[in-house]
Each structure stands twice: as C-alpha cells, then as structure tokens.
Design a binder for this molecule. Structure first.
Ligand SMILES: Cc1cc2nc3c(=O)[nH]c(=O)nc-3n(C[C@H](O)[C@H](O)[C@H](O)COP(=O)(O)OP(=O)(O)OC[C@H]3O[C@@H](n4cnc5c(N)ncnc54)[C@H](O)[C@@H]3O)c2cc1C
Length: 451
C-alpha cells in the first residue's frame, strides 16, 4: 500500500504492521518479521514529508490507551497514556477534569508519540517551550527488544535523543506528561494589524507576555508592505466554570465537529497559481484588517482553525505540497525572513498559509527544532520548478544561522542538515549505541545521512 505524509509528497509502498499491544511489537522483535526491511514508527501521519515513511511501518493506532491522572510531588497533575493516543482524545479525557495540554500544535490529530518524536511547538513557545519540556518520562522499545524507562534523571541521553529524535531511537510506548490547569474552554483573542514585517516583529516583542501569539503573513506583498500581517494574540478566558462548560453537548469540541467541512477530491492544481495566491493574500489581509475587535472564541477555533476543513491538503492538487518551515535566531531573523520572502515572491511562488511565530529558548534535546528567535512556515504546491527555489531558500536559511523543521521536511540535503543541527554527530553516536544495526530508519533519515 502507498503511504505519504500530510503533504502527500513523497509516497512509498510500505508494509503496515498494526500491533494491538506493546507486547506484540516486543514479540515481533525476536522473529524475522518485520525487520527484513527498515522500520519506522508511524503515528497519525501528520508530519508533512518522509519522516514517517519506511518500507515497514509500525503503526501506533491501537496503542491508544489512557492509563492514569496522578498528582506529582510538586503538585502537578501528570497524564500517563500510550503513545498512539491522539491529542484530541487526550483533550476529551482531561478537559472535564479542568486540565489542558501545555503545548498544542496546529492539529489535534497528532499522537502523543508523534508529538514527542518531533518535540512539537505551539503558539506559546516563547513562554512555555515545546512539548517535550512538559514530558516527565517515556518508555521506549529499543531495536534490541529491551524496554527502557527514561527521563531527565535516568537514561537522560536516550531521553534527549528520543525527544525530537523522529522515531530513530526506537518506539515510544507510553509517556508521562505534566498537564496545566484550565481556566476556561474559551480564548480571548485580539488581532493586531501590521503594515510590514518589522512592524509585525515589533508587535510580537511588545506583546511577548501574551500567552499565545501567531501571525498570518501576506507572503506576496512587496516593497514597503513586505510581510504585512495580522498578529493574533490569545489568553485563556479566566472563569470558574470550565468544568461546567465541558459537560457533553456544551463543549466547543462538539460544536466544531458539527461544522466540519470535507474536501472530497483533489483540487485542480491550475487553481493554485501566483494570481489566485496574490488575490487570496490581499483579500484576506483587507478582510482581517477591518475585523480587529477583540473576541471570545472556542479553544478549538483558536488552536485548530484548519481542522474545520477536513482533508484540506487536497486543495493543493493530487501531487501534493511541501511545507517549508524555518527557524532563525533573533538577531538575523528580520534580514533572513525578508530575503526569503523576496526570493519566493520573485520566483512567483506563493503560499496561502504563511505563518510567523516567536520562539523562546532552545532546550537540550539533540534534534529539537526551536532556537530562540522566529519561525516562518510557507506552504508550496508541488511542482518540479519548486525544488531549485527551495535550494536557494536553504542557502538563505544557512547564511542567517537558521535551520529547517524535520517534521515538515521532505527534501533537505544531508549537508544542510549537518550545517544547521549542531548536535547531529552526538545524535548519530547515540543511535549507533542504541540501534547498532540501524533497524529504525526512515526515508528522511537516509536522505539526511543518519542511516
Ligand atoms: C495541519 C497541521 C498543523 C501542524 N502544526 C504544527 C505546529 O503548530 N507545531 C508543530 O510543531 N508541528 C505541527 N505540525 C506537525 C505535526 O505536529 C508533527 O509532524 C507531528 O510529529 C505529527 O505527529 P503524528 O502522530 O502524525 O506522527 P507521524 O507523522 O506519524 O510521525 C512523525 C514522526 O514521529 C515518529 N513517531 C510517531 N510515533 C512514534 C512513536 N510512538 N515512537 C517513536 N517515534 C514515533 C515517526 O517515526 C516520525 O518520525 C502540524 C501538522 C499539520 C498536519
């Protein structure tokens, strides 16, 4: 069967192994199956490129049990669950208890295993760091069949290689994650309009204490208006009745599920050209500019605006699309992003969804993406002429001291990876130690020279 990531590029014929328990995977390690070919764990397949692609895929679909909610010595509530549990199911379980996940990516379809393996970030990285900063411990199944419990105080090197390690150290079986109290299901959202990139970054700095912050950028505006954008700031509404509101039938979750739309077929790719992109970007900017009044919206609408359009990846046509997400350090971010936007718009390549976020400090995980500064994500329709442009963008990213996000990547070169991920050699040594025969290997890891 052919598999792909969310971007639908590339695809690979793979065998799918869907164990119903951790012991079923452990047992299979003793046999020749499934190790005849490279193997990689697969969660919900929401990474964009080829990180969850290999000749044999071990799906965590049925490893989705909720285990417990306990209170730790420091007074935090800790969730323990199997790695295949989706963030959506986690939220449905913890919200009625007045609890929330401290970090949420732009989709709730991802699994706990996928969130840890990519060390995902949300709209609050500048305040709360990334997902793994809230992970207390994980249990990981190594290629040898051994199950190792690891956390910052024990087997720390395996912990820091696995958090953000894109499934290359083994299969995360389950995890313990610190939760945060929830004051309300609603978010108070403010939107601020910025006339150009500098204004947007200044607004982000000025509102650095806002809990959530994300900007949509008109990636095709040029000259003095380059980078004009709408910055969305959010705070949890402070109210006492969060539990009451989360009772069945009253949650935002349900309201959103009812209003979900589906894209039933691949959009003709001719619909997506520089003229429709420019038209969309200008119209969106003009519309949002006049809608800047503060409003109260459900957390679903705030965190997962795209989920209302199921299969929205089909809008990019049958050949799919690539998301190019980069991070640049604070000091070079403005120059770098400006050069990248100019280069893409001169090439006539635009993106409907161009998103800018601020990153706080990096953590100690060897391959985690965030570095202190800014991150920009651009979506590009797949076409052969895109690849030379992306190589030009890679050069700009490297020249400005940045890196690309592995969870979105489908084509970065080994050289680019090595220049930008300073701890790659340490990661490769640990992989050699924990998986000397390189059983766990994805299309991406081979492309990046990690074997
Ligand atoms: C609409 C959309 C919005 C997004 N927004 C954000 C965002 O805001 N921030 C962000 O950081 N990311 C974002 N992402 C990316 C997404 O969060 C990550 O790619 C995440 O890793 C996907 O999780 P998954 O369960 O789908 O994993 P998959 O895509 O199936 O796998 C991703 C990687 O995790 C590994 N993996 C999965 N499960 C396990 C396991 N149990 N053990 C070991 N390794 C495992 C795989 O081998 C692979 O390397 C977004 C994606 C989409 C589609």
């Amino acid at each position: 069967m052919a598999f792909s990531g969310w971007g639908r590029y590339p695809t690979l014929e793979s065998r799918l192994f869907e164990p119903v328990s951790a012991s079923e995977i452990e047992a299979s390690l003793g046999s020749s199956e499934p190790w005849g070919t490279p193997v990689i764990a697969r969660g919900a397949g929401r990474s964009y490129g080829d990180s969850a692609l290999a000749e044999t895929l071990i799906s965590t679909r049925y490893l989705d049990n909720f285990f417990s909610l306990t209170t730790s010595a420091s007074g935090h509530t800790v969730l323990r669950c199997a790695s295949g549990m989706s963030l959506e199911n986690v939220l449905e379980t913890i919200i009625p208890q007045g609890l929330f996940l401290p970090v949420l990516p732009g989709t709730k379809a991802v699994t706990i295993g996928g969130a840890i393996a990519a060390d995902v970030h949300g709209k609050n990285h500048h305040i709360d760091g990334s997902f793994c900063d809230h992970v207390e411990s994980i249990r990981i199944l190594l290629a040898t069949g051994e199950v190792i419990d690891c956390h910052r105080g024990s087997n720390a090197e395996l912990f820091h290689a696995t958090c953000g390690g894109m499934g290359l150290t083994g299969i995360i079986l389950d995890a313990a994650i610190k939760l945060t109290p929830l004051s309300s299901l609603d978010i108070a959202q403010r939107s601020l309009v910025a006339g150009n990139l500098q204004e947007c970054m200044d607004l982000m700095d000025e509102h650095n204490d806002a809990k959530y912050s994300v900007a949509w950028i008109d990636c095709l505006a040029r000259g003095a208006t380059q980078g004009r954008s709408v910055l969305y700031l959010g705070e949890h509404v402070d109210e006492q009745d969060a539990r009451e509101k989360s009772k069945p039938g009253r949650t935002g979750l349900r309201a959103i599920q009812r209003s979900e739309l589906n894209i039933p077929f691949d959009a003709p790719s001719l619909l997506l050209n520089k003229y429709t992109m420019a038209g969309f970007n200008s119209a969106y900017y003009a519309l949002q500019k006049n809608r800047s009044a503060p409003k109260r919206i459900t957390y679903d609408a705030f965190f997962f605006p795209l989920e209302r359009l199921r299969n929205w990846n089909r809008l990019y046509g049958a050949k799919g699309f690539l998301q190019y997400q980069l991070a640049l350090p604070q000091e070079s971010a403005h120059a770098g992003i400006s050069a990248i936007l100019s280069c893409a718009s001169q090439a006539g390549k635009g993106s409907f969804l161009s998103v800018l976020k601020k990153f706080g400090k990096a953590n100690s995980n060897l391959l985690s993406f965030p570095i202190e500064g800014y991150t920009l994500a651009l979506d590009f329709k797949y076409e052969a002429s895109l690849f030379p442009l992306l190589e030009q963008l890679d050069t700009l990213v490297l020249d400005h001291g940045g890196r690309l996000y592995l969870a979105k990547d489908a084509r970065m070169s080994k050289e680019c990876f090595r220049q930008s991920y300073g701890q790659w050699e340490r990661f490769a040594e640990l992989r050699q130690k924990f998986d000397p025969q390189g059983h766990f290997s994805s299309l991406q890891s081979r492309r990046l020279g990690l074997g």
